[in-house]
Write a new protein. Structure first.
Length: 396
């Protein structure tokens, strides 16, 4: 009985270098029979798997047919998709998020999620998927009593995209997520600061770099990454405007990197004189730091940077702003609240929705309308008054 085997290295679709093994069994009806398996990270893993496969083959005395081979499970396919297909369409940060969401299924050791992971891919149906998702809703989270509905829907999203790929490759006859009833997410109203809270926050930030950062966040509605990627050449002092064409992203694998804005489009808009004044002050403070650091200063031309000119760490910036909010006595607020404050304030002052949408960098006005659909009291009163004028009509 021939059971000699070999291992070799190959390049996966993702570009990753992996290992494969193969061995030959007895000839059946004049045809050579081979058994192989790929996807091993190291040569040692491939060799160990080869020896185990040969041992199993000898015990059975016959080479398993294609139908007797171990069936590919949902977990097997999800890992393959994350390794070989997801990197082709995802930014590093998004890919990290996908891995985290998929872990709720891949790392499950009991219950419906574990059952879903172990189900053969070709046999998965909407009932198994829906049961697993409902079980996740009852799963305890790190800081909460259970996983949020939003997180469970995101897990379903990752699973659905991977199964779409399996359908394209004819591994399944239909994507079972098409028949799954997902839990409904209750969208909370976007929290906006009151004028009194804005003044308290300014006082809490006065004296350090967070003052300029908060002022710019309130005045532009720009995202955290966009503000941290802002450079001095992006500011047009003559025309009182600034441009946003990039964003800073923080990943575990690649560290801090600069990428395009979320919508993929650059934008430029005007800012007020008070914002330009705070930016001038920030520039003066930065010049002083530059002189102190001398040749060790990193010349990235960043508006907001560490003392040596290097990039600020995004999650630490958020934590710093939250501390300032707490110092100001403001509850249920975060850095993103400043973006909501900008949008809500403009809309309440009658600024057209398309203009607000452009400043926020939304892909289209529908996104802006959905997030800020709640009616502000002054807008409601204005609408009632406008209709009264129409209803009364011209006086005869």
């Amino acid at each position: 009985m021939k059971t000699a085997g070999s291992v070799w290295k190959y390049t996966a679709r993702s570009g990753q270098r992996l290992w494969r093994f193969q061995f030959e069994g007895d000839a059946s009806e004049g045809k050579r029979q081979r058994l192989s398996k790929a996807g091993f990270s190291t040569r040692t893993d491939a060799l160990n798997a080869l020896h185990e496969a040969i041992k199993n083959y000898r015990e059975r005395k016959t080479l398993p047919t294609a139908t007797a081979m171990p069936l590919e499970t949902v977990a097997d396919w999800l890992r393959t998709w994350l390794r070989d297909y997801a990197p082709e369409r995802c930014q590093p940060k998004t890919l990290e998020r996908y891995f985290g969401l998929a872990s709720y299924i891949l790392d499950a050791v009991q219950g419906e999620p574990a059952q879903l992971a172990a189900t053969p891919l070709a046999q998965v149906d909407h009932k198994i998927v829906e049961a697993a998702l409902r079980a996740l809703l009852r799963m305890k989270a790190k800081r909460k009593e259970h996983l949020s509905t939003k997180t469970v829907r995101e897990v379903a999203g990752v699973l659905g995209v991977s199964l779409n790929e399996a359908f394209r490759l004819e591994k399944i006859s239909i994507n079972p997520l098409l028949r799954v009833k997902l839990p409904k997410v209750e969208r909370p109203e976007a929290r906006a600061l009151t004028p009194e809270e804005i003044q308290k926050l300014r006082e809490a930030c006065r004296g350090d770099w967070t003052f300029t950062f908060v002022e710019l966040a309130l005045a532009t509605g720009a995202r955290r990454g966009e503000l941290l990627a802002l450079t001095w050449p992006d500011i047009d002092w003559l025309n009182s405007s600034l441009g946003i064409s990039k964003s800073v992203e923080e990943t575990l694998s690649a560290g801090i990197r600069v990428k395009g804005p979320k919508s993929g489009k650059s934008r430029r808009f005007r800012v007020g004189k008070s914002v330009l004044a705070t930016l001038r002050f920030q520039q003066e403070q930065q010049q002083a730091c530059r002189c102190l650091c001398a040749t060790s200063y990193q010349a990235h031309d960043l508006v907001f940077s560490q003392a040596d000119g290097s990039f600020l760490v995004p999650h630490l910036v958020s934590q710093t702003v939250i501390r300032r909010l707490r110092k100001a006595g403001i509850k249920r607020a975060s850095l993103h609240t400043l973006r909501h404050t900008h949008a809500s304030s403009l809309l309440s002052q009658g600024v057209p929705l398309p203009a607000v949408s452009v400043r926020l960098g939304h892909a289209d006005t529908n996104i802006t309308a959905r997030i800020y659909s709640h009616a502000l009291p002054q807008d409601d009163a204005r609408a009632a008054e406008a209709w009264e004028n129409v209803a009364r009509g011209p006086i005869q």
